[in-house]
Design a protein around this ligand. Structure first.
Ligand SMILES: Nc1ncnc2c1ncn2[C@@H]1O[C@H](COP(=O)(O)OP(=O)(O)O)[C@@H](O)[C@H]1O
Ligand SMILES: [Mg+2]
Length: 454
């Protein structure tokens, strides 16, 4: 497969890049892989290569540099956008020894900034995600981690993560959250009806026992507790506890046609109220402060919540977050949202995770999803993540290898991929970026820290 690229090939690639050829054409002409062309391209935009490598007799260096920049800028559609965002190094290609990059900037023209991380326990998912978030922090991009498994617990995080990511823990599990699920958002086109639908849908996704009838009753109960909106369509959200009282009043009313159903649904969602998780003295979620933090990592700890409640809290937090970023309007890359152990989350149509994957890019939000099983992700999650890091997986029915193979344009066969992903050592991943798959050694924190200290 890919050999190391020599100096004259490198010069030829630079030349062809400056003439505006696409990377497939360049790769074919020079006899290198498209990935190697991309790597050089990335180096050029990072200013690593001295353009004096090129035959400077053809034109003055400054002029040629400008031409290269102009070509790359055009190719990456960076016009009008701050082009200083450096791609993030994931690690080293085991075959070519070329660096493997992730380009999280939606302005770079890559399909989307989202990342999917897959692999069995202990092979390096959380470690790799921590590295990427710390790299983002060096680029002043903050991130918000929803941590169900204490994978990001500061007690056992690498010291470099603490030093360079400056993580801050928000203990939603213990303190509850200062978020009201009955709140309306700018994207609630039908006012109270949209709010009621969201609350009922969320509970239905989270509590499998909720059927169609319970869903309808829940929606009605929310509508009954929500006040009429004022002339501008605004409405003050009533205390969340009112929802429980409403369901109880249906259940206690001898004349109510669906008394039993009301009692049943009230008991289904009672955990939320028993733990009083959504409360005004709970953990404050200052999304604005997080986004203005200049690149810190915020870890929302969900551990300690009852299983279904983790999901409910995450969904309502995500809705609240989406409401906030949408109020800011479309914009450049603002932050990343991370869901480690994403199997605890629904990606169904209409879920907040699905909305973020589909629309996050527009509002400058990238998503990182990590999980152990491919089945944990919907096809939405698989097809909306342009970058994938696959650590060792069992892949019994070879569905991972098959799906990856469909995504890549380079020469790895399906069985090559299967052989690789089922045997990868710890800290190694099969990385797919820009439709190219590479066996990659993920760079360690120690190696990264040397760069960050400079
Ligand atoms: N790229 C790497 N470089 C160095 N050590 C690593 C790397 N990836 C993983 N490790 C080590 O392996 C351990 C387990 O990795 P972790 O990311 O927690 O696995 P997972 O999240 O997949 O269960 C980490 O605590 C770390 O010590
Ligand atoms: Mg982990």
């Amino acid at each position: 497969m890919a050999k190391r690229i020599n100096k004259s090939q490198r010069e030829e690639v630079l030349d062809l890049l400056s003439q505006g050829h696409d990377r497939e054409t360049i790769a074919a002409r020079v006899g290198v892989t498209p990935a190697q062309v991309s790597a050089i391209n990335a180096h050029v935009s990072m200013g690593t290569y001295e353009l004096s490598l090129r035959d400077s007799s053809k034109e003055p260096i400054q002029q040629s540099r400008e031409r290269v920049d102009a070509v790359l800028k055009e190719a990456r559609n960076l016009d009008g956008v701050d082009a200083t965002f450096d791609p993030v190094l994931i690690g080293t290609d085991a075959e070519s020894e070329e660096p493997v990059y992730w380009n999280p900037d939606p302005a770079s023209g890559s399909a989307n900034p989202h990342v999917l991380v897959l692999g069995e326990s202990g092979f390096g998912k959380t470690y790799a995600v921590s590295c990427l978030l710390t790299e983002l922090a060096q680029r002043r991009i903050p991130s918000i981690v929803f941590d169900y498994s204490q994978g990001f617990s500061l007690d056992n995080s690498p010291q470099e993560f603490l030093q360079f990511g400056e993580p801050e823990e928000l203990d939603a599990g213990r303190n509850g959250v200062n978020i009201n699920p009955l709140q309306g958002y700018p994207f609630d086109l039908y006012g109270p009806v949209s709010v009621a639908q969201r609350v009922a849908d969320t509970f239905k996704r989270v509590y499998s026992g909720i059927g169609i009838q319970q869903h309808a009753m829940l929606r009605q109960a929310v509508l009954d507790v929500l006040p009429e909106s004022d002339a501008e369509g605004r409405q003050e959200a009533p205390p969340f506890l009112n929802l429980q009282h409403q369901l109880e009043s249906y259940a206690d009313d001898p004349g109510h046609p669906n008394r039993r159903l009301a009692a049943n649904i009230a008991s289904h969602i009672s955990t939320v109220f028993v733990f009083n998780t959504f409360r005004s003295n709970g953990q404050d979620m200052q999304w604005g402060d997080m986004l203005r933090s200049d690149g810190r990592v915020f870890v929302v700890k969900l551990k300690g919540l009852e299983y279904s409640l983790e999901k409910a809290v995450t969904e309502f937090l995500l809705w609240n977050f989406i409401g906030y970023v949408e109020s800011l309007g479309p914009g450049p890359l603002r932050c990343f949202v991370v869901m480690d152990e994403a199997h605890k989350l629904s990606f169904d149509n209409g879920s907040p995770a699905e909305k973020l994957l589909r629309e996050g890019r527009k509002f400058g939000v990238g998503v990182v999803l990590a999980s152990q099983q491919l089945d944990d992700f919907s096809s939405v999650a698989f097809s909306n993540t342009a970058t994938k890091l696959v650590f060792q997986v069992g892949d019994d029915n070879s569905s991972v290898s098959r799906q990856l193979h469909r995504k890549i344009r380079n020469a790895h066969s399906f069985s090559d991929i299967y052989e690789v992903v089922t045997k990868l050592p710890r800290g190694w991943a099969y990385v797919v970026t820009e439709n190219i798959g590479r066996v990659t050694r993920v760079e360690s924190f120690e190696e990264r820290a040397k760069r960050w200290k400079q």
